[in-house]
Write a protein that binds this ligand. Sequence first.
Ligand SMILES: [Zn+2]
Length: 180
Amino acid sequence: MPSVVSHAVVAAAAGITFAPRDVPNHFWSLSLICSVIPDADIIAFFFGIPYQHLFGHRGFFHSPFFGLLMSIFIVCVFFRDIEIFSSQWFFYFIFFFFLSASHGILDAFTNGGLGIALLFPFDNTRYFSPWRPIMVSPIGVGSFFSRWGLAVIKSELLWVWLPSCLMVIVSAVIRVVALR
Ligand SMILES: [Zn+2]
């Protein structure tokens, strides 16, 4: 995985770029949760569930299908006051779906571990992107403070933080130009 912090950076950048100004405060906490929650599946290791199992790390919980379930759950529970199928409702539904799915997709660009169950429920195969520039992050905080951890931080700054910052800057410029 890219580290949890980098997934959160993607959430913040996506929110700043795409969210309307009047989103409620819980929009931000839910965005953060969506972007990092798939990695809660590492507890599977503690229950003896093998990595390659559907419910192992990077399996079901990293699939866009899980993202779809998350998104449905969020709009039904936290945005239930919004008229269903209105443009506002579609914004939240699509935003939380893409944000949740972004986690597994980003992990598919890492250079280690097993692939991601991107096509579940149609296919349980674990997939990687053909191009994997992001150095895989160690599982566990202890091993993060090492030479490996430093290399991961450098790689994530380049391949996750930099594009996220560029997205925010470009969207801000577009907004300023559009408001002229
Ligand atoms: Zn992950």
